[in-house]
Write a protein that binds this ligand. Sequence first.
Ligand code: SAH
Length: 217
Amino acid sequence: MDYTKQRNNMVEHQIKARGITDERLLDALRKVERHLFIPGHSDHFAYSDGPMCIGEGQTISQPYIVALMLDMLKIKPEDIVLEIGTGSGYQTAIIAEIAGEVYSVERIPSLARNARKILDTLGYSNIKIQQGDGTIGWKPEKENEKDITFDAIIVSAAAPSIPEGLLTQLKEGGRLVLPCGSRFVQDLVCVRKENGNIIKENFGGCQFVPLIGEQGW
Ligand code: SAH
């Protein structure tokens, strides 16, 4: 079944209608087949305006939230992006469409495995997935990753505070977006690193599953 129409409607009514105008991002949302990332549901519901269960007690974010967070990051085609919380791999695919490279960390082994499988099947060659605790950032796998830093970092699970490890891996001039607050309700926060200073901007209420790890819950 072809869900092009559902995807175009999703972008028109859920994303553009709420003020997102970045055409590269909108094109990626029109292209990536969200229903392939949500097993066990009627495919049609994959394009509805809300979060959905992806197993292991985790959720795939509402399409608008994915769009909003990526819009806040102002990703450029050559950027190297770190994602914490691969989950289904849907957002990973969207980032791969608009950035140069994506490094993604997922704590739960089965989710990391499934995401890798679908993203490989879809032919993405600019995505690296690591299973582990993303609160401490990307664990170098090769010598040339030893002091790796990222143009943008996106955290898809709720943190009690901004993990230091992630700030260390953020490039000068880079941006980090994360939900920050209590275990049950948070604010979406955008952090910029400018001339060594950390500038925080608050974008209001949201609700994410908890970020569990050394610098999380
Ligand atoms: N963006 C994802 C949604 C992820 S839900 C999508 O498009 O599907 C949040 C994910 O963060 C869950 O899969 C959860 O297992 C993961 N997570 C929680 N704590 C983590 C940690 N410390 N490191 C990496 N992943 C973590």
